[in-house]
Design a protein around this ligand. Sequence first.
Ligand code: FE2
Length: 404
Amino acid sequence: MATVTMKAPAPGGLSSKARELMEAINAEAGKHNVWVRTQANAPAQRPWFSQTDGAGSGEVASGRVAVAQLKTQPHIWKWKDYSPYLNQISEIARKADVSPIEFADRQSILLLNPGLNGRLQVTNTIRCAISVYNPGDVAPVHLHSPNASRTILSNKGGYTVVEGERVTADRGDLILTPNGTWHDHGNDSAEPVVWIDTLDWPLMEFLDAAWVDHDMPGLKGSNANVQPVTFAEGYSRALYGHGGLKPTFVDHQRGVGRAPAPLFHYRGADVKDMLHALRNEKGDAHEGIKVDFVNPVTGESVFKTLRYSAQLLRPGEETELKRETAGTYYVVIEGTGATEVGGKRFEWAHNDLFVVPNFTWRKHINTGKTDAIIYSVSDATLMENIGQYYAQGRDKHGKVTELH
Ligand SMILES: [Fe+2]
């Protein structure tokens, strides 16, 4: 067996020679899935507590460290650009002898963040698909480990059955299908319906914990692709839909997931009523009038990973700059405005979607003559749960404040 003798470094600049010698080892070491470290670790981000000027965020690292590094970029998907694809899919599906739902499982487009190399992700943790369901379309019953939701964009939004409870939805509604809940969807109206599917799928995939089950116990072999409806319509809203009141006679567990939020249906009309009722309050300098969708049993985020919120910006309102250690995507429900993110300005309107990456300074401006309502989903809850959530504000004079 060879012995290695540690020698004192020779005097004079041997460091570049040392790097050369070590790089030479790398050619061989790679065959054994080993990299001999020849450069300093260079994270993409600058230290959180260093004050930055409000424009942009960290750069991708350099050298070997950057090889497999992907970074979410600020981006906007405009309704006028993406909705024609939904119309085309709907038209093809209407005439097809085999429905796209049969061979593709869904009729949808998936949003790809340009910084994530074609991955089916809008941020590091979030997948966002926009689905179109023609009259009569049904998505078969299934259950999965990722948490998921629907945000309804069309005026009538079809239905979802979750754990035996049928939910009929309208524009602005949020329907949850927490991990481990059986669900199926469909459209029994006369018009195509469109909604956003939001999932923490990329995170579950990263953790190698994403799975789907299509065989609902009791349905196997029956040819049924939908679950029986076993609760009255509006069951979970009747139990939990009155703020501040919690029923005492039910088990809050629904499905087989760990502590899922048991309220499945949040109505857009209620969100709008609440935001408008609060519009004369001062609100938050960085957010305007903002509310979170919460688990009514615990008061916590609806999912352990994702935070869902809705906010109202009044005409002319311009927030102060804010940044968080969380990635967020937004959808515009009402109004027109702009969001400046990392030095870019995104003008937004009805149904546009945009992304604010981790660490990146942003501010919202309502440029219209009416109130604007935007919904958002971020992984701030995940970051809080793992002790990594921070937020900062930056006022007009450049003064940076720790918000969280
Ligand atoms: Fe699903």
